[in-house]
Ligand binder design. Sequence first.
Ligand code: M6R
Length: 593
Amino acid sequence: MCGIVGGIGKEHLKDVLIGGLKDLDYRGYDSAGIALVNESKINLYRAVGTISHLEEKLPQEDDYFMGIAHTRWATHGVPSVKNCHPVASYNKKVYLVHNGVIENYLELKSSLLKSGYSFRGDTDSEVVATLIEKYSKSYKNRLKAITKAMNALVGSFALIIIFEDDLNTLYTAKRSSPMILGEGDGFNLIASDAVPIIKYTDKLIELNDDQLAVVKKDSINIYDMDLDEVSKIYTHKDPELLQKDLNGYPHFMLKEIEEIESVVRKLMLTYYQEGSFTFDEEMIKAIKRADHIIFIACGTSYHASLVGARYFRHVGKEASVYIASEWAFYPVFPGRRPLVIMLSQSGETADLIHCLKTVTENDVRSIVVTNTKGSTLERGCDFSILLNAGLEVSVASTKAYVAQVTALALLTNTLQNRRKIVKDLDKCCQIISYIRNNVKERIEEMANELKDKKDVFFLGRGYDYDFSLEASLKLKEISYIHSEAIAGGELKHGPIALIEKGTPVIVFVTDDVTASSMRGNIQEVKARGADVYVISTKSLSQEGDFIVIEDYDRYLSSVAISSIAFYFAYYVSLFKGLNVDKPRNLAKAVTVE
Ligand code: M6R
């Protein structure tokens, strides 16, 4: 799960590549490296930590002709200089950067060891470099050597390769990991996504699986695995991709939470115009034809799917929700006419891409709800619902989660032409704005009180339970506090054993169907000494509740009050002095399985 970027012929190439790494650090940020080529020499710089650590090691001059760079999220081998990319082959004939995971690398490594090769680091990528070097001995044609290696690889890879005896050419190849080429005037660029490229050229080409490209200063030629040249197909990318700007906020997470209201309003305007819903009619027909909706997603998107499944059940459709990495191993297609809905902010989540292959092989139609136009899932699914939430930079997803739930609410209301949703969402927007202007200080107070706790529990039932799961994930992700979300009714089946004097329990009481049972649960945890913080809506509130919000229609809980939990996680992380936008061990797009 890494970001790679390469370039040839571009002025100030060092800065272009380092800028590209910064654009790609959402894919990983535990170490970074760059190989810069000039005067027939490959200069290698690598550093553990963020890209700024790498920058400290770089020379002042910036007159390089060609280069490749990498930001890493460790899969094989700890973050260390020897495991940083670019990696060199055994005899330093081949240098490459790699994004992906080679599943059979141990097998390949042991066979290379038997042939007399050895390795400096622990990565699967070094095995690929040495394999290409080995085949280059037998095949003068470099593309042939690369395809030979590709045939031996099991897993996913996007590679940018330099051959030590050909310092005028970049080679690139991919399978199941994204790779975009940018054709410039007298220069060419390559990267894991369009963001590092689009500021220099809008002539973008997406490499398909099992394709290779030969990239020179003035030319790009693409080949299939038989080494037949294939024609270049240019693709369009949204200029919004460029908007990576803090606009005066101290962190992207805070900025993105504060954008939630405008994201919801924009979605309403996009999918409801002049009194009518505007979703793709063919897609609506496909949904109406289906007798079972299968949601597949990961993390926050999985939590949004839980809410979405309730919406579908509410309009009379069977619906089930699966974690992508589970469904991938045990795929099921309930119903006679199932339809798959994948939720993915990035549209690049590897677990989902894996699932999509199975969905397509079984001739089941698919919809992706995504924030990323042109992403792998957007291109691969039959239909897409775009969230138009603007770039989400913070690793912790906030506005995209609310956008996913809002889009699914609009979609399911479309099925019944139920226009009241517009009023309901408008009410939510008022509440979001109220929280932003009037409740933030109260949330900061709660964050200050709980920042040093070891565990924080969230409780809820019904829609409040779905949202508790997300609130808990957000907190643990960026504050490193252990947290669990418990369905109120499950407390007495085990988790209540963890509650003791001073255990913080945050309870949502906004679902009128479940509110009175929740009050019973509150008494149960209070009786065991818990410090309880109740977040309720006016008509369900009781004296002593910590935060009380205006009433709204219960099905929109995840839209109306999600910002309370997001601000809470944000302030806890901030008060602990942690890296809010880039929590440890995580990455924005999880592009490995
Ligand atoms: O891009 P996706 O929505 O497919 O990503 C899924 C998860 O990796 C993601 O939601 C993750 O859980 C977030 N970091 C949560 O804040």
